[in-house]
Design a protein around this ligand. Structure first.
Ligand SMILES: NC(=O)c1ccc[n+]([C@@H]2O[C@H](COP(=O)([O-])OP(=O)(O)OC[C@H]3O[C@@H](n4cnc5c(N)ncnc54)[C@H](O)[C@@H]3O)[C@@H](O)[C@H]2O)c1
Length: 288
């Protein structure tokens, strides 16, 4: 294997020998900004980083919710931040400028389940606004800070629904497919630019017991993930510079197995295992 400027994991002609981006990162002391971190998976991620010794920056809608989360996390700071508001993003970045972030976790997200036409257009567009445009806006603002650090990492929370059809969650799935495409493309762009100091992870979990997917039904053989288990995987992904995290791990095997199937067989499997009906009973946070 040739050790080139992009790090020890690149072989001859830049072929990545393992799905990792660079040397391991010790997150202790690192400044980690998490969006949507006042509750659910975002809070669990902030908590896991704080326990690993990182200096966490909690951001979310509502100053009171942010303060309540910050109070539970040693060494944390926080800001109210709506990811759909570019001025607020710029303002938070300016406040952090003297001590810029090393890790950005784009976690904020919404879902409005239901048959496509029953969900008002405004909610479809809001889903795109938060899950996709918001993620792009936050990344656009903070990537220069990551690039200026000796070692930095970007985590984008996508979803298992980036890899499979999600009836009754059409626009949500569309945003998560888009987040995966954005993440993969940006990672490769940084590689083309020889920016080995910034590594990028896409995280694709199945259903997590946070209430966001209250009323939904995991497919046959799958069960609800805990936010703590997913958060631990996110911290590990940053420490080990993992490109792609899929939870539960069995999904990864299933995905590999089904990727090559004829579409009709694949659809039949999705219907038989309940994937296609998983969102029929969705009530969201109302169910919790
Ligand atoms: N819960 C699941 O089953 C599941 C599965 C796969 C992926 N995800 C993804 O994980 C992430 C976190 O979801 P969760 O389950 O913790 O949901 P959650 O509803 O508990 O938390 C989402 C957080 O995002 C925040 N948020 C919403 N709009 C925002 C905005 N405009 N600006 C800033 N913050 C905003 C909310 O205030 C909330 O704190 C989302 O991106 C979601 O798509 C969740």
């Amino acid at each position: 294997m040739v050790r080139d400027a992009r790090g020890p994991f690149y072989g001859a002609r830049g072929f990545p020998m393992v799905t990792r981006g660079g040397r391991a990162m010790n997150v202790a002391g690192k400044r980690v900004l998490v969006t949507g971190a006042a509750q659910g998976l975002g809070f669990a991620i902030a908590d896991a980083f704080a326990r690993a010794g990182a200096r966490v920056v909690v951001t979310d809608l509502g100053a009171e919710r942010v303060s309540a989360a910050v109070a539970k996390l040693p060494g944390a700071t926080g800001f109210a931040l709506d990811v759909t508001n570019p001025e607020q993003i710029a303002d938070v970045r300016a406040k952090l400028a003297p001590d810029p972030i090393d890790v950005l976790v784009n976690n904020a997200g919404v879902v409005f389940g239901g048959p496509f036409l029953d969900v008002p257009l405004a909610k479809h567009l809001a889903t795109v606004g938060v899950n996709l445009s918001g993620l792009i806006a936050v990344t656009h603002a903070f990537l220069p800070d990551l690039l200026a650090r000796p070692a930095a990492h970007l985590v984008n929370i996508s979803s298992a629904s980036a890899l499979v059809a999600l009836p009754h969650g059409t626009t949500y799935a569309a945003t998560k497919w888009a987040v995966l495409g954005f993440t993969e493309s940006l990672r490769e762009e940084l590689w083309v630019q020889n920016r080995a100091n910034v590594t990028v992870s896409a995280v694709c979990p199945g259903f997590i017991a946070t209430g966001l997917f209250g009323g939904a039904k995991p497919a046959t053989g799958a069960s609800w993930l805990t936010p703590e288990a997913v958060a631990a995987a996110v911290v590990r992904a940053v420490q080990k510079r993992r490109e792609f995290v899929m939870l539960p791990r069995a999904h990864r095997v299933l995905y590999a197995l089904t990727a090559g199937l004829p579409r009709g067989v694949y659809r039949w499997l999705c219907r038989r295992t309940g994937v296609s009906h998983s969102m029929v009973g969705w009530t969201g946070h109302r169910a919790t």
